[in-house]
Structure formats: C-alpha cells, structure tokens
Write a protein that binds this ligand. Structure first.
Ligand SMILES: C[S@@+](CC[C@H](N)C(=O)[O-])C[C@H]1O[C@@H](n2cnc3c(N)ncnc32)[C@H](O)[C@@H]1O
Ligand SMILES: O=C(O)C(=O)C[C@]1(C(=O)O)C=C[C@@H](O)C=C1
Length: 253
C-alpha cells in the first residue's frame, strides 16, 4: 500500500464522540473510539508523551539486550513505536497485546507506515488470560483501571510471576484521593485541563458519565499496596499530575 494511503488511514479524526446529542452508553473501545483514539489520548491524558519518554528511560536502565517488552492494552501502538525510536540500539523485542481487533489493525498500519513492522509484534488476546513467561518488562498504561477490581490482584500476580528476576512493571493510571476535598479539586483541575484542550463542558460531563462504571480508579496507596502484597520488592512513583500517576514496580533479582 502506498504510504500516502496509509498515512490517510492512520490519521486520527478529531475526538468529537461526546459532542453530539446521542443516547448515552457506557464507554467501550469500539470502532468509533478507534477512529479518534490518538487525538483523544493526546488531549485527555496529561503529559501523555512525557510519560512515554520517561518510561523509555527506565526501560533503558533496567533492561538488557534480548529482553522482551510487552505493552498490555497497547491500543494503536503509539507507546511501542516511540520505544522503538528511543531505544533503537538496545536490542529489545517489542510485543503489543490488546483485545480490540480494530485497535490492532490501526497499530499494524502505523508500524508499517513508520517501517517498524519487523520490530513490533501485535497479538489480539485478553491480557487477563495470557501467559508470556520470561518478560523483561510489562507496560500497563491506563488499562488496569478498565479491569474489574476483583480481578486486578490475580492479574498482577500473573504478571509478577511472568517477569524475569530484576524485571519491571510500569503502571500508569488515573487515580482517586480518599480525601474528598482533594479528590474534587483534582477532578476539577483535570476538567479544566480538558477544557483548555478544546473539550466543551457538555463533552466532559458526558464522557465522565460514560466512564462511570467502566473506568474504576484506585488511589496510589491501593495500587502500591496491591503491588507490594503480590511480591514486588520496590514500588515508586515516577510521575504524578493531580489525578494521574505512573508507578514502577521491580521484581527482586
Ligand atoms: C485506555 S486504552 C490504553 C491506552 C494505551 N496503553 C496508550 O497508552 O496509548 C485501554 C486499552 O486496553 C484494551 N483492553 C481493555 N481490557 C483489555 C483486556 N482484558 N485484554 C486486552 N486488552 C484490553 C482496550 O481495547 C484499549 O485498547
Ligand atoms: O477522558 C477522561 O476522562 C479520561 O479518563 C481519559 C482516559 C483515561 O484516562 O484512560 C479515558 C478513556 C480513554 O481510553 C482514554 C483516556
């Protein structure tokens, strides 16, 4: 396929999903979401690009040549493509896993467009059922929050046992605070952030409603103690902006 055609096929549409007066449904990763997804992430996740480049620094420091990095809930492959660029000479293998076929089709097209199709393997799979032993790193960006709370601990336990000694899990999530006032403030500041990026108050409110029973955030403490409980020796925050955070969890060597 000629690259102009590919370029056109991967160009994200502007995210106006919640601007029209349609019947409110729960948020799902369907084809309509895939079409606008890259624009949605760029405008809805604070410091999205910086989190990716900071994560690359940690991979650079903890991983060795021959290690495999699994991006769980890789969506359209943005993170792995950026890792490929930033960690080009490190000799790492990259695998993206997602249960959404349309997300992976777009990821594959993007990889072809940037000539990285030999460097990244995409697999359509449920990340809560998978088994990939001897991993160097698992990336779990804005995805654990969509897994039912009761299933999270067993899922993370499986990741811990699949990591090689000294391997790492990088976890980015939306979070809550159990201090009610701070929680309200953080959400309010986040909504101002979205407004400044072109979302209307109606769009913000409608998306919030659509995510209500679908995206269930934990606090930093809850995520940290779950990771410690299942055996990660070190858990540290490497990024936080109000109600968004990134944690690194290290498996003992
Ligand atoms: C918010 S998006 C992740 C964004 C992506 N990590 C990034 O940083 O660009 C969540 C993704 O997880 C996928 N997902 C949700 N539950 C899943 C599951 N059980 N197994 C595999 N993929 C899942 C969705 O299809 C979606 O692509
Ligand atoms: O727009 C919001 O309110 C968000 O929470 C953004 C958010 C996320 O944090 O996961 C929610 C859903 C989409 O998958 C992408 C980003």
């Amino acid at each position: 396929m000629v690259s102009e055609v590919k370029q056109e096929m991967v160009r994200p549409l502007r995210d106006t999903l919640f601007s029209v007066d349609t019947v409110q449904e729960d948020f799902v990763f369907n084809e309509r979401v895939v079409e606008v997804f890259d624009d949605m992430l760029d405008r809805s996740v604070p410091f999205y690009r910086e989190v990716i480049s900071s994560s690359a620094r940690l991979l650079d420091s903890y991983l060795h040549s021959g290690d495999t990095v699994y991006d769980l809930g890789c969506s359209t492959g943005t993170t792995l493509l950026e890792f490929c660029r930033l960690l080009e000479d490190k000799g790492l293998h990259f695998v993206g896993i997602d249960s959404s076929g349309p997300m992976l089709e777009k990821a594959q097209l993007k990889a072809e467009l940037y000539r990285k199709q030999e460097s990244i393997r995409f697999i359509e799979e449920d990340i809560t059922d998978m088994h990939h032993p001897d991993a160097g790193a698992f990336i779990l960006n804005y995805t654990l929050q969509f897994i039912r709370p009761l299933r999270r601990e067993a899922f993370l336990r499986n990741l811990h046992s699949s990591l090689r000694p000294g391997g790492i899990l990088l976890l980015s999530e939306k979070i809550i605070s159990h201090d009610q006032r701070l929680n309200r403030e953080f959400i309010d500041i986040y909504h101002q952030f979205k407004k400044a990026r072109g979302y209307s108050e109606l769009e913000i409110a409608k998306k919030r409603e659509a995510l209500e029973n679908v995206l269930i955030p934990f606090s930093i403490e809850e995520n940290r103690s779950m990771l410690k409980q299942i055996g990660f020796t070190t858990v540290e925050t490497y990024f936080q902006w109000f109600n968004f955070t990134s944690l690194i969890a290290v498996k003992a060597s």
